[in-house]
Design a binder for this molecule. Structure first.
Ligand SMILES: *[C@@H]1O[C@H](CO)[C@@H](O)[C@H](O)[C@H]1NC(C)=O
Ligand SMILES: *[C@@H]1O[C@H](CO)[C@@H](O)[C@H](O)[C@H]1NC(C)=O
Ligand SMILES: *[C@@H]1O[C@H](CO)[C@@H](O)[C@H](O)[C@H]1NC(C)=O
Ligand SMILES: *[C@@H]1O[C@H](CO)[C@@H](O)[C@H](O)[C@H]1NC(C)=O
Ligand SMILES: *[C@@H]1O[C@H](CO)[C@@H](O)[C@H](O)[C@H]1NC(C)=O
Ligand SMILES: *[C@@H]1O[C@H](CO)[C@@H](O)[C@H](O)[C@H]1NC(C)=O
Length: 416
């Protein structure tokens, strides 16, 4: 009976899932934005005692256990691991189920316990993962490939490994581009080595340094991956992978409350062992370092927006949505004016809070149509995003013309 029901759901959803989501956008628009600025939003999210100069440090709440129930256990037969090092580490340490399939609630609890991720950001990311790559029926998704039927869902789901261009994207720090390497979930040692070598002292990998690395990786993908794409969700996922590497992998202390990230922490979180002259990658063995302290405040959507906007404003190429056209060095940006039916232009995107608006709006745009069991999750996601958009003055973007991406082989997949 359950099989039949799920199958019916599947068939029901199948015809709708690929469509864009004007209905969700109208729900969003109806709730309306208003006029305060991004800095006001940041100030609201962070009362003075929580802002940069006075980031708190409390060893008791920031210490992350790696013993007892949270002892490292490498993945075994059938355990799923994927492109996201933080989630792999959480599964290896028992903060989410060891098999690598977790529910929205488990992701929210786990990402807070291990990384101090704010509730709104965790909810947003886990709802999005469930909607795009998991099972909306069980409210869960796999951090790696497709789980065996019966785990998390009896309907095959993509998992994060199968989420190319909707969750996982090109030009990651350490993971290879899917169509360049044939997989998107393993560390490419050459990429890790580049990152590792950016600080010869291996003691202080900063946010500006990771931003430089993102610039390098972006150019490398254009130059080496003939199917490279920078797609709508990439405007979120792109900065996230670099920002999270700093905020979520750094060790926090009274001396460095904003975090200090060294080479040993990078190795641990990226599953690299061995001496500098012989670094070795063991797939899926990401570890939380021993005696390590997470960030001292809940890093939420507004924190992410502030970081992502400043990273993108300093590097407007990250905002060029588009792809290579089948050979390397042919990156072709789609026209923002056309994509947004004139609501934004390349110029206005950089003004006011427009970029902060655009980042969140794009995510909403690519959601599936809110039918059946999806509707509840989509409405929860909008409830998460909307109070934030409300604090900005956002132009009303009611739809994007995602089909303009269909001219690119890297969007549909080579051979499609
Ligand atoms: C603007 O947002 C603030 C904070 O969410 C809210 O208090 C205020 O009522 C809103 N103003 C309008 C005109 O919607
Ligand atoms: C928002 O800003 C616009 C333009 O600056 C102004 O005309 C409008 O009255 C403002 N709305 C609110 C609710 O403050
Ligand atoms: C890390 O590098 C930054 C930027 O160069 C510098 O401001 C900071 O003092 C350094 N921190 C340590 C602990 O070396
Ligand atoms: C490098 O490390 C690998 C795996 O740990 C080991 O098998 C190999 O012998 C090492 N090579 C050298 C030259 O040390
Ligand atoms: C984190 O910082 C604390 C305080 O400086 C230090 O005792 C601890 O060893 C550090 N952890 C790591 C993994 O370096
Ligand atoms: C984008 O399209 C608009 C309207 O179609 C046009 O005015 C503008 O010049 C185009 N921008 C670029 C960079 O091609």
């Amino acid at each position: 009976m359950r099989i039949l029901l799920e199958l019916m759901f599947f068939l029901f959803l199948f015809g709708y899932v690929n469509a864009l989501c004007p209905m969700a956008m109208k729900m969003l628009a109806a709730r309306g934005p208003n006029n305060s600025s991004l800095s006001d939003a940041y100030a609201n999210a962070h009362p003075p005692d929580k802002r940069a100069a006075t980031i708190p440090f409390d060893p008791a709440t920031q210490y992350v256990s790696t013993t007892g129930d949270y002892e490292f256990v490498p993945p075994g037969e059938g355990d799923l691991r994927g492109p996201c090092p933080g989630l792999n580490a959480m599964a290896n340490h028992g903060y989410i189920p060891h098999n690598g399939v977790a529910t929205i609630q488990q992701f929210i609890t786990g990402t807070y316990q291990v990384f101090g991720m704010g509730f709104d950001l965790a909810l947003f990311l886990s709802l999005y993962g469930t909607l795009m790559d998991g099972s909306a029926i069980t409210g869960s998704f796999s951090i790696g490939g497709t789980p065996p039927l019966g785990v998390g869902s009896i309907i095959p789901q993509n998992g994060l490994t199968g989420s190319h261009n909707n969750y996982e994207g090109d030009a990651s720090p350490t993971r290879g581009d899917l169509y360049q390497y044939g997989d998107n979930y393993r560390v490419q040692l050459s990429q890790f080595q580049q990152l590792y070598d950016l600080d010869p002292t291996r003691s202080n990998y900063t946010l500006p340094l990771l931003t430089d690395f993102r610039r390098t990786r972006f150019s490398q993908s254009i130059a080496n991956n003939r199917y490279f794409c920078n797609v709508p969700f990439g405007v979120v996922a792109g900065p996230a992978t670099y920002l999270f590497t700093f905020h979520f992998m750094a060790n926090h202390s009274a001396e460095y409350p904003q975090g200090l990230l060294d080479g040993e922490m990078l190795k641990s979180f990226f599953s690299i062992t061995g001496p500098d002259e012989n670094l070795t990658y063991i797939e899926g063995n990401e570890r939380i370092p021993k005696n390590w302290y997470k960030i001292g405040y809940e890093y939420g959507i507004v924190d992410f927006e502030v970081d992502a906007v400043s990273m993108n404003l300093a590097n407007p190429q990250f905002l060029s949505l588009g792809c290579n056209t089948g050979t390397v060095n042919t990156f072709t940006a789609i026209n923002v004016t056309d994509l947004t039916s004139g609501v934004y232009s390349a110029q206005t995107l950089l003004e006011g809070n427009n970029l902060a608006c655009f980042i969140l709006q794009l995510v909403v745009m690519v959601l599936p149509t809110p039918v059946g069991v999806l509707a509840g999750f989509i409405s929860q996601l909008l409830d998460t995003v909307n109070p934030i958009l409300k604090q900005f003055t956002c132009p009303q973007l009611l739809e994007i013309n995602e089909s303009v991406l269909e001219q690119f082989p890297g969007w549909l997949g080579p051979g499609a």
